[in-house]
Design a protein around this ligand. Structure first.
Ligand code: NAD
Ligand code: MN
Length: 353
């Protein structure tokens, strides 16, 4: 039997609620395959910031490196400045571990209602560059308060970062349908996105079996709603990947259904697996958050550690549970609690043997 060493960072708001629903499902799935789960939990987030002035300790990356993988809930609370938690924890940790790629799969589960019509069979993955682009934090403000204020935000796109994301996307597309859609905006932007087009085409020469198309981001937004089944793997910059993945989540029932993985393929650092959603202060503490996004993030974690059998158990149990509207949380139009969904998933897993 193998032991999976999991670092858990529940965080703020609904983060701890969805993580508490997820850890037992991962443990049960691993044990059904004859393995064990060993959990180290870290109380990083808003409360720690208010107590100690920092959301996480300085050696946070060193601590989680002892684990095989990290399960993260969410951060953010109304009484703490956003950047202290978003940059001070999750973005900081992603950067310290150099987790260059963010994978965001979107799958429409049978029985789950969506606000968009005809989403049956939607199954796509957005591969998002995770370190730079419009989110590098370069720029500044000039002439502040003069009435002619300028906010200057500089986007940075490096060949290295594009190549890392592109290799991941082509490899993934090769394992799936062999179809990759690169999302850029090279008709209006003159330097960064044309570099994307060029570098991704070059990387594609190593993957002759994958068909590459390039789509402008505005056209992609429309196509995602009108013809989502024409999409399989999308490769996008940090900004475009962020926006398109929230849009894509709607095809699967919304933010409560969207998992993600921050990874650095080929490197010996733990990935961070987390729901795409935030801490949802509007519903926090009520026990009604949808835990599925977090559970599916856990399934990605198990897959990446090679525990594909356990991952399949989690996904199959989630899928079976979601077929019954009595197990839908409020975001899906139901009235199940987080704990009820969690116990339904566990029960299904146990009955599937
Ligand atoms: P959010 O994702 O927290 O919530 C958006 C909406 O979706 C809310 O109405 C919320 O109730 C709903 N929602 C989200 N997850 C849900 C779930 N699992 N089940 C049911 N409903 C769910 O985004 P926001 O409101 O823009 O941000 C709230 C806080 O979260 C902010 O402080 C923000 O900075 C932070 N945030 C953190 C992360 C992260 O930790 N990675 C990501 C996004 C936002
Ligand atoms: Mn986002």
């Amino acid at each position: 039997p193998e032991v999976v060493r999991l670092a858990v960072i529940p965080g703020d708001g609904i983060g701890p609620e969805v993580v508490a629903a997820t850890v037992p499902t991962l443990r049960t799935a691993l044990e059904a395959e004859g393995h064990r789960l060993d959990v180290a939990s870290y109380d990083w987030g808003g409360e720690r910031y208010l107590r100690q002035g920092a959301a996480m300790p300085a050696d946070a990356a060193g601590l989680v490196k002892k684990a095989d993988a990290v399960l993260f809930g969410a951060v953010g609370r109304p009484d703490v400045p956003e950047h202290e938690l978003v940059w001070g924890l999750i973005i900081g940790l992603r950067q310290q571990l150099d987790l260059a790629v963010n994978l965001r799969p979107v799958r429409a589960f049978p029985g789950v209602p969506t606000k968009v019509r005809d989403t049956d069979g939607v199954d796509l993955v957005i591969v998002r560059e995770n370190t730079e682009g419009e989110y590098v934090g370069a720029g500044g403000v000039a002439h502040a308060g003069s009435g002619h204020d300028l906010g200057i935000e500089v986007a940075v796109h490096s060949r290295r970062a594009i190549e890392r994301a592109a290799h991941q996307a082509f490899a993934l597309a090769g394992r799936r349908s062999g179809h990759l859609s690169l999302v850029t905006k090279s008709n209006a932007m003159r330097y960064g996105y044309p570099l994307w087009d060029r570098v991704v085409r070059e990387v594609g020469e190593h993957y002759p079996a994958v068909r590459l198309e390039t789509v402008l981001v505005d056209a992609m937004a429309a196509r995602m709603i009108q013809a989502p089944r024409s999409l399989d793997v999308l490769l996008a910059s940090n900004l475009f990947g962020d926006i398109l993945s929230d849009l894509a989540a709607v095809l699967a029932g919304g933010m409560g259904m969207a998992p993600s993985a921050n990874v650095l393929p080929g490197a010996d650092v733990p990935g961070i697996y987390e729901p795409v959603h935030g801490s949802a202060p509007d519903i926090a503490g009520k026990g009604v958050a949808n835990p599925v996004a977090c559970m599916l993030s856990g399934a990605m974690l198990l897959d990446d550690l090679g525990h594909t059998g356990a991952a399949r158990r989690v996904r199959d149990a989630v899928a079976a549970t979601l077929r019954d509207v009595r197990h839908h949380t409020a975001d899906l139009g139901g009235n199940a609690t987080t704990a009820e969904v969690a116990s339904a998933v566990l029960h299904t897993m146990e009955s599937q043997g």
